[in-house]
Design a protein around this ligand. Sequence first.
Ligand SMILES: Nc1ncnc2c1ncn2[C@@H]1O[C@H](COP(=O)(O)OP(=O)(O)OP(=O)(O)O)[C@@H](O)[C@H]1O
Ligand SMILES: [Zn+2]
Ligand SMILES: [Zn+2]
Length: 861
Amino acid sequence: MIAKVIVDVPSRGTDRPFDYEVPDKLAGWVEVGSRVGVPFGGRVVQGFVIGLAEFADVDRAKLKAISELLDHNPPLSPDLIELAQWISEKYCCTLTTALQAMIPAALKGKAETYVSLAEEEWSEAPSLLSEENEWVDYIRRSGGTVKLAALQERYPSEASAVKAAISDGRLLERVSIRDRLAVRKVLTVYPPSDPAAAHEALVLLPARAAKQREVLRFMLEQDEPLPLQRVVEEAGTTASTVRALADKGLITIREAEFNRDPYAGRSFQQTTAMSLTEEQTAVYDEISSAIDSGDSRVFLLHGVTGSGKTEVYLQSIQHCLQYGRQAIVLVPEIALTPQMVERFKGRFGDAVAVLHSRLSNGERYDEWRKIRERRAQVAVGARSAIFAPFERLGLIIIDEEHESSYKQEESPKYHARDVAVRRARQHGAVVVLGSATPSLESYAAAARSGVAVERLAQDAGSTSSDAASRTGANSPSGHPAASGKPPALLPMPNRVGGRPLPKVQLVDMRSELKNGNRSMFSRELHEALALRLERGQQSVLLLNRRGHSTFVMCRSCGYTALCPHCDISLTFHQKSRALRCHYCGYAELAPTQCPSCESEHIRFFGTGTQRVEEELSKLFPGIRVIRMDVDTTTEKGSHEKWLTMFGDRQGDVLLGTQMVAKGLDFPYVTLVGVIAADTSLHLPDFRAAEKTFQLLTQVAGRAGRHELAGEVIIQTYNPEHYAIAAAQQHDYASFVADELKHRQVMSYPPYCRLILITLSHEALPLLIATGEKLATLLREAVADMGLASAAGANGRFIDILGPVASPIPRMKDRYRFQCMLKYRGNIDATGILQDAIRMLSDRQGQPPVQISVDVDPQVIL
Ligand SMILES: Nc1ncnc2c1ncn2[C@@H]1O[C@H](COP(=O)(O)OP(=O)(O)OP(=O)(O)O)[C@@H](O)[C@H]1O
Ligand SMILES: [Zn+2]
Ligand SMILES: [Zn+2]
């Protein structure tokens, strides 16, 4: 049998399956999805079997054989392999990159060389056993095989002897793939298998064996095996006492797999289904009957903050599990707070596996195995949890679907929402996209389904046929569902229990300044905070830091500190008093004197959370501030610590960046303040207004979610901007209408799709020439196909913009140029692009110009 293997060598040149012979002994074991070690270019590398065939494409005699099978249970399934193929085509990445993204890092094997004593050779070759070498003894004691590296390390002076033994065949050399991280095994004590006999033995144990008797009694009380270490601790005994009992056959000690459970020892309060409100019921009914139908459907659940979306998710999952199908819940990394995890663990207990980036590789691997081995039916996680290896998915939920963190910024640059829709189609599963502020892409796509078209049309102030044709079926809107059935809109416009949305007040900071208030707090916000302190209620303060950094500038000459490798401002870190580059990690000590004019008026600019904290303590002596930002949350478990403290009312104010805006539900929060709403409004990003509106709406939604009513104060320099005005009114529809007009005029998604191509190289002239060449090739291809290249036209078009210098023109000593493809309609833009890149490849110089492709980019910067 022949296996088609994708080798783990991520380059375009090796991005195709290679044929390998499946050795007879592995014939029954190797499957599609198996991970194998194969000889490749003189090395052994890891690879994935993506197909099996009777015949090879090349001369069979020349075929090499698979050298080893790495897992008895394939880590990938045929449907995931098909999904990886789709990802590699859609996002222009190699198949191996897509495959690697689907498995935990622990399974990224690395080749290791082993040597073993050649037993068959002993009779003929001068036996190593006769030589009383210490290193030979070491190999023998280790069971006949050791890592070559271990031998080299232990016996550096024996290099020539070892080499000679390898070359004359007394030592056999073998290369094997080893996982970076293995399943952890620990010595485990099993309770007596025959308790009656053990009770009898207990009586018969001699008096001097009092310790053993105690341990036996302890083990008789256990219903489950326990790690030896714990038995020793809890029974207050020693390992040898436990062993003595095992020697008597009363208990058993064995190595057993140990699961690193990140939530071990935490008990989650069991919750049961609430009785749903009318709105929730309507939505739940739609979702559950779609699950029953077995058709793959996509829903856009547009529910205001506090409308009870999570309860709908929980009950829909419950419904899905009843029929033996599994569910994935994606939550933005930043919102994957203990509070969120608790809600799922509380309802589904151990059936929940949690996957996020703050877990160690080992923990993540064990949570993944829990899914693979069918011990978990629900996966809750960040972006990559979309690849959870379930076999029969019934439901995929994407909470806060508008979040840009669902797009991966490194290759494979996939969007989890698109992948979800694709994966759901494979399984006949239902996708629920939930948000209080849906992305314009999703909303426009949903608007194509019946009811909502009318609504969008009204919102946008035009006729419905107009709206339908603008985002219509012949013009892919950049949304995954565009090629299938459009998502159906499920609205939940009211908060649970008829609670009102909080009142939002805008404060114009320009008039504050006119009135002589130079503080970062307006009088309104100041008073509101004072009132909360007086009443013992809590406040959340958001510092919108997107596009904001604490940079250094000289007030005399205007000098700013830039990274010498990246051409962007260095960021000031107070704790270490260092200036750091966010792109390459370059750091230097902050100057006390201007390096350019030697003035001492060099200052740190920008409103960091630290400065807000300082100001708060000045204004309100004794105020308890809990600060959450990148600096205070790097440590593992720190998120949890701060939020628990705030939940226990050990803080008056929760102050932070974006991470305080999402998913939090605290009953005593009655005030939400936004220090400066506009910082994200003027970024050179066509989504700037959308992001600002979303952030303001989300953070406002943290107030007054329970009995106590809430109030929101937004400080801004642009109170009349439509994004800010709409956030004040909780008016998603009017925001969408305004924003869609802009997008249409400027021809941006959802009215077209984008592909961003970034070229980078150390040599500027080569880079520019290559960029020009690529653009020319693209323009020629487009002209050959007779495609219109007029942005703004209503039909099919493709436009090639650039090359221009990237917004960050140099990074890590490499210059950067970019081209942008804008297109609409049924056009194979990635195909055109890949052809052009292929034609370019022999003109790229040495070392080659790096070309990175971002399909449907989220970050244009
Ligand atoms: N049917 C119900 N009956 C009573 N209380 C409910 C019901 N559904 C939800 N709740 C409560 O209402 C509050 C808000 O619900 P939830 O957090 O699910 O809203 P959400 O829409 O997910 O909000 P957000 O988008 O702001 O995170 C929670 O405290 C929740 O326990
Ligand atoms: Zn200066
Ligand atoms: Zn840098």
